[in-house]
Design a protein around this ligand. Structure first.
Ligand code: S3P
Length: 167
């Protein structure tokens, strides 16, 4: 196995954080979560960051969190849904580790993501679907695509492990 770092990318509700924790356990690596790091550093939650400072500020903090994690090895990183959609982040992540796209169908996303304001960019179905479609071209650049619409977290981890072991 060549990789010593895995980035999980994909839309909101794809399961990035839970798969990161489970894959981290399986590999005996750390699991990190970009959103959680931003919330800790900013001492407020993501809706409050968007409300008080706007999305560009959030994106700057997201990139800073990514850069902070660059020296880390032996780590699985759950990105936010928009992290890999930014070209400069994408370049950095593709060079730094193995990038795995958890590809969840839009219907699955809708089922899993409540439109309750907890995620500022999940306010309405139409807006969310547009964002979903726009981001597909970015997510397709990941090194591995995994169907995150079915199967348990452990099954997804099995699949990722097989691929990692073969590379
Ligand atoms: C976002 C996704 C969220 C969070 C923020 C913005 C996005 O992360 O980073 O609300 O742009 O898709 P999750 O994918 O973990 O929900």
């Amino acid at each position: 196995m060549k990789a010593d770092k895995v980035y999980l990318v994909g839309f909101m509700g794809a399961g990035k954080s839970s798969v990161a924790r489970a894959l981290g356990k399986r590999l005996d690596w750390k699991a990190e979560d970009i959103d959680a790091r931003i919330e800790r550093a900013e001492r407020r939650d993501i809706p409050a960051i968007f409300r008080d400072h706007g999305e560009p500020y959030f994106r700057a903090k997201e990139r800073a969190a990514l850069i902070d994690l660059l020296p880390e090895r032996g780590v699985v990183i759950a990105s936010g849904g928009g992290t890999f959609a930014e070209a400069s982040n994408r370049e950095l992540m593709l060079r730094d580790g193995a990038v795995v796209w958890l590809d969840a169908p839009f219907e699955t996303v809708l089922r899993r993501v409540p439109l309750d304001g907890r995620r500022p960019l999940a306010a309405d179905r139409v807006g969310m679907e547009q964002l979903y479609t726009q981001r597909l071209a970015a997510y397709r650049q990941a090194h591995l695509r995994v169907d995150a619409g079915r199967g348990s977290v452990e099954e997804l981890v099995d699949h990722i492990m097989e691929w990692l072991e073969a590379t």
